[in-house]
Design a protein around this ligand. Structure first.
Ligand SMILES: Cc1cc2nc3c(=O)[nH]c(=O)nc-3n(C[C@H](O)[C@H](O)[C@H](O)COP(=O)(O)OP(=O)(O)OC[C@H]3O[C@@H](n4cnc5c(N)ncnc54)[C@H](O)[C@@H]3O)c2cc1C
Length: 343
C-alpha cells in the first residue's frame, strides 16, 4: 500500500485537472482494504478508479482510495457459459480484449471504455446496445463502515440507465468494489442491432460477425468519434440522455421533425442529449481552454489549462440554454466533486 500526503491527482483524472488530495492511498491488493480504511479514518473518503467519470472543482480535502490491484482473470466453464472472476484494479478495456481474443461473447460492444473493471458496475457502463448489467453475476466489495467483505448479486445492484446502488448516498464511498464476476457465452451471437454498429459491420462486408469483429468495429467507431483523453482532457459523455413522456415527445417532434428519439418499453422516449446540445448551437464552442468537442457535442473538453470550475460553468450554461430552448433539463453523467449546491 502506498500513502501520500497532498498528492496531485493530475494523472488520475481524464480531464487532466491539477487538483490535490489531502491523502492518497493506493491499494495493490484487496487484502489491504482494512489498512486503507484505517489510514483514512476520520477523513471524508473518495474512491477513485481512473477518474474518467469525475470532475474535480477543487482540491479534495480528504482521503482518496485508489484500488490498483491487477492480476489474472480466473475462468470457469459452466456448459455453454463461462464465468470470469476479475480483479477490480484491472483496466476494463483489457478485460474486454482478453475475452474477445478467446472468442467469448457478452462485452465486445463495451470496448474502449476507459476505467477500471471495479468501476464498470458503478454507473452500469453501456454502449452500442449493451450494458454491464446484462452480464454481471455479482461483485464483491469491502465495506468501509463494518470492515467486512460483502457480495452483491446483480439483482441487488439496482441497475438502471447509468445507475446502480453504488451511486446511492448510503453506498457511495462506503463499498469499495474489489472483484467482478461476469457470465459470458462461449459461442454466443453478438448484439449488432445498434444503427452505427450495423452500418460499420456492413461497410466492412461482415455478414455473420463474431465477438472480435464487433470489438474491432466498435473500437473503430469510437476512435473516429471520441477524443482520446491522453491527448485532450475529457470525461466522455458529460450529460445523460434525457427521457421524456409521450406528450412531451409529440410536441417536440412536431416542432423538430428531424429530432432522433428511441422509444422505451414503458411508453416514454429517450432523446440524445448530444442532438439537443448541437441543435442549441454549442457544438465546437470554445471559451478559453474549455469547449464542446467539434465532433461530439456531448463531450466537454479541457484544451490544456482549464479549471474544473470553468468546465462546470460551461456545463451550467448548456443546461440552462437547452432547458430554455427545449424545456428539457439535462442531468450530468459525470460525478462532480465536491457536489455543487444545485446537484
Ligand atoms: C473518452 C471516454 C469515453 C467514455 N465512454 C463511455 C461509454 O461509452 N459508456 C459509459 O458508460 N461510460 C463511458 N465513459 C465514462 C467512464 O469511462 C466510465 O464511467 C468508467 O466506468 C469510469 O471508470 P473509472 O475507473 O475511471 O472511474 P472513476 O471516474 O474514477 O469513478 C467513477 C465513480 O466510481 C466510484 N468508484 C471508483 N472506484 C470504485 C470502487 N473500486 N468501488 C466503488 N466505487 C468506485 C467513484 O467514486 C466515482 O463515483 C467514458 C469516459 C471517457 C473519458
Amino acid at each position: 500500500m502506498e500513502v501520500r500526503e497532498h498528492y496531485s491527482l493530475k494523472r488520475h483524472n481524464t480531464f487532466g485537472l491539477d487538483v490535490k488530495a489531502r491523502r492518497y492511498i493506493r491499494l495493490e491488493s484487496p487484502d489491504e482494504s482494512e489498512a486503507a480504511a484505517e489510514a483514512a479514518r476520520g477523513m471524508p473518503i473518495l474512491f477513485l478508479g481512473e477518474g474518467s467519470n469525475i470532475l474535480f472543482l477543487d482540491d479534495f480535502d480528504g482521503a482518496v482510495i485508489h484500488l490498483d490491484a491487477d492480476g489474472p482473470i480466473r475462468f470457469e466453464e459452466r456448459g455453454d457459459d463461462i464465468l470470469l472472476d476479475i480483479p477490480g484494479g484491472k483496466r476494463w478495456h483489457d478485460v474486454v480484449e482478453e475475452t474477445v481474443r478467446r472468442g467469448w461473447s457478452g462485452i465486445e460492444n463495451l470496448a474502449l471504455i476507459p476505467g477500471k473493471a471495479a468501476t464498470a458496475p458503478v454507473q452500469n457502463i453501456g454502449a452500442y446496445g449493451r450494458e454491464i448489467a446484462d452480464v454481471l453475476e455479482s461483485c464483491k466489495a469491502y465495506d468501509f463502515q463494518t470492515g467486512r467483505f460483502r457480495t452483491f448479486r446483480a439483482e441487488e445492484c439496482r441497475f438502471g440507465y447509468r445507475h446502480s446502488i453504488f451511486k446511492e448516498p448510503e453506498y457511495r464511498d462506503r463499498f469499495l468494489i474489489t472483484f467482478l464476476r461476469l457470465r459470458l457465452r462461449k459461442n454466443g451471437t453478438p448484439l449488432t442491432d445498434y444503427g452505427s454498429l450495423r452500418r460499420e459491420l456492413e461497410r466492412r462486408g461482415i455478414v455473420r460477425p463474431g465477438p472480435l469483429d464487433v470489438f474491432e468495429a466498435v473500437s473503430a467507431i469510437r476512435r473516429r468519434k471520441l477524443p482520446d483523453p491522453a491527448r485532450i482532457g475529457n470525461a466522455g459523455s458529460f450529460f445523460k440522455n434525457p427521457v421524456v413522456d409521450a406528450d412531451a415527445y409529440r410536441s417536440l417532434s412536431n416542432r423538430y421533425p428531424d429530432m432522433p428519439a428511441y422509444p422505451l418499453p414503458d411508453g416514454r422516449y429517450k432523446i440524445p442529449a448530444g442532438w439537443l446540445i448541437e441543435k442549441a448551437g454549442w457544438k465546437g464552442y470554445r471559451r478559453g481552454d474549455v469547449g464542446v468537442h467539434p465532433r461530439q457535442a456531448l463531450v466537454l473538453v479541457n484544451y490544456g489549462g482549464a479549471t474544473g470550475r470553468e468546465i462546470y460553468r460551461l456545463s451550467q450554461d448548456i443546461v440552462r440554454d437547452v432547458e430554455d430552448k427545449f424545456g428539457i433539463r439535462l442531468e450530468r453523467e459525470v460525478r462532480v466533486i465536491p457536489p455543487p449546491p444545485e446537484d
